[in-house]
Design a protein around this ligand. Structure first.
Ligand code: PEP
Length: 252
């Protein structure tokens, strides 16, 4: 099965509206000859519509970093899937480890958020990954198993046709530490077989599994050449278009 590589950038809580627009414009220019690889950036909610307007009709797609699972209501400070879609996003990141660590996100809320994203026609990027302690205690596969089965509970494979899975070891996010080739390879292989066991071989072979955790131009070749890695979710290095384009261009 041919999976189109996917390089996505999570801008986290960085960049004002004008900085975000300036960065997006530069990225669009740098992407002039990009093909056969999907590119997405996820600005803050405030910048999202501005950035969406400036990348419209280009190779660069837009994602949100989070959503709230209710359609609307008295939920101060929250943003719904429908609002995100209307603002111009195609993708939404769900269950990022920073959301799990600092904002009490659980596998149950991840599951509800996925449902809401899918109902609104947003493509979900579901993040999973173990902490350093969990890895040291040899619980990596157990944790991933739980995150996948609880996060995707109740879904049929047809509903998950646009699902993207992002394996992001928590200890490698924003730390400069990257998982080594052997670690990434065994986890991605494990996830591929888990999707096969839980859904079907066909589903497993068409679902993209990204790696995330301190991906940068210097290590992109080593990480992206691993068999079951279909692209990257990039934090820090996606903030600088000159660095991000080098990651994207691995696939050209
Ligand atoms: C992320 O935010 O998903 C991420 C992987 O960050 P970084 O690339 O900075 O480690």
């Amino acid at each position: 099965m041919n999976r189109i590589p996917f390089i996505s950038g999570n801008w986290k809580m960085y960049k004002t509206g004008s900085e975000a627009v300036e960065t997006a414009k530069k990225l669009v220019d740098l992407c002039f000859d990009v093909k056969n690889v999907e590119v997405m950036i996820a600005p803050s909610f405030l910048s999202l519509p501005l950035v969406a307007a400036c990348v419209q009709g280009t190779h660069v797609k837009i994602g949100a970093q989070n959503l709230y699972f209710e359609k609307e209501g008295a939920f101060t400070g929250e943003v719904s899937a429908g609002m995100i879609k209307t603002a111009g996003a195609e993708y939404v990141i769900i269950g990022h480890s920073e959301r799990r660590q600092y904002f009490g996100e659980t596998d149950t809320s991840v599951c509800r958020k996925l449902r809401s994203a899918i109902n609104e026609g947003l493509k979900p990027i579901m993040c999973i990954g173990e902490t350093e302690t969990e890895r040291d205690q040899e619980k990596t596969f157990l944790i991933l198993d739980k995150q996948v089965s609880d996060g995707l509970k109740g879904f049929g494979s047809d509903e998950l046709k646009d699902l993207v899975l992002a394996y992001e070891p928590v200890w490698a996010i924003g730390t400069g530490k990257t998982a080594n080739t052997k670690q990434v390879n065994e986890v991605h292989q494990y996830l591929r077989s888990l999707l096969c066991k839980s859904f079907s071989k066909d589903f497993s072979s068409r679902t993209r599994i990204l790696y995330g955790g301190s991906v940068k131009p210097e290590n992109v070749k080593e990480l992206m050449s691993i068999k079951d890695v279909d692209g990257a979710l990039v934090g820090g290095a996606s903030l600088d278009p000159d660095k991000f384009i080098k990651i994207i261009k691995y696939y050209l």
